[in-house]
Design a protein around this ligand. Structure first.
Ligand SMILES: [Zn+2]
Length: 284
């Protein structure tokens, strides 16, 4: 009888366990660099009160969240090299984001979802390279980006007209899902949050229910010094410095260690995690 009960308990626990697994797939997260700036930036150029001697390796990245069920979720889509705005960064290297991704065995058509953190050129100009993907963006960010930003007085810093056209096309094609606000679970084990105001409705992504809960902050944490010293970005980096700092404090409550808050442009990320080849690291 005792044996039977323990067998029943074992079967019961197994069922519960596999049920949880069925709801939340296992995820592997990668940071994929596709361009580097050759300009000798310091932390003070990006973070208010940052060090004038701390050299930065300003890196442009996309992030891949790969599920055990075959879903390939990107955070951001990078940019194409010919975009005018890239010039001031004096790029020292560039590979098209979809080509960078192939190094992980992921083809452009394998990408199922792209979560857009915000509509600046360096994060969305590459959207057309992912022909089968569903795009996710904050509704307020989209509305502002395609509408109000272009009304007088214009507020279009970091916005490219050609990207407005690209996102409008995606919307017309029914491939853009607009998310309504903060703390939304959009996919199993994947939530998005707002509040940093890097753009009107910029969002960051939390992958939880994995061993090391991880936040892909994108530009809601520009560089590592922002989160380390709780510094707001320099002018133009947020519509609300207080909101930016509050969001970083909140991020710290969602992860076990700050290194699992991945900033948008700091090359230090690529020194902190295990390399998997061609500059890519796995965040684990
Ligand atoms: Zn950026």
């Amino acid at each position: 009888m005792l044996y039977r009960i323990s067998l029943l308990i074992t079967v019961f626990l197994f069922v519960i366990h596999t049920d949880v697994d069925a709801q939340t797939p296992a995820y592997k997260i990668y940071a994929v660099p596709f361009a580097h700036s050759g300009y000798p930036f310091t932390a003070a150029d990006w973070a208010q009160g940052g060090s004038k001697t701390e050299q930065l390796d300003i890196t442009f990245s996309i992030w891949l969240i790969k599920s055990s069920t075959g879903r390939c979720i990107l955070v951001d889509a990078g940019f194409e090299r010919d975009i005018e705005d890239a010039k001031e960064f004096q790029l020292s290297s560039y590979i098209r984001p979809d080509s960078a991704l192939r190094q992980l065995g992921v083809k452009p058509e394998d990408v199922t979802d792209v979560i857009i953190s915000h509509p600046h050129w360096d994060h969305i100009d590459g959207v057309n390279h992912f022909p089968k993907a569903q795009f996710w963006m904050q509704k307020e960010d989209f509305d502002y980006f395609v509408g109000r930003a272009w009304q007088q007085p214009k507020d279009t810093g970091g916005f490219a007209k050609r990207d407005v056209r690209k996102l409008t096309e995606l919307n017309l094609a029914g491939r853009l899902k607009l998310i309504s606000g903060d703390n939304q679970q959009i996919l199993p084990g994947i939530k998005v949050f707002t509040g940093s105001k890097h753009t009107y409705g910029s969002q960051y992504v939390l992958v939880d229910k994995i061993k090391q809960p991880t936040i892909i902050a994108s530009d809601n944490v520009w560089i590592e010094a922002n989160i380390r010293q709780l510094l707001p970005p320099v002018k133009g980096g947020t519509l609300s410095p207080a909101g930016y700092i509050a969001a970083m404090k909140r991020m710290k409550t969602m992860v076990k260690q700050s290194k699992y808050i991945i900033p948008g442009h700091d090359g230090v990320v690529y020194k902190r995690f295990p390399a998997v080849g061609n500059g890519i690291v796995q965040i684990k």
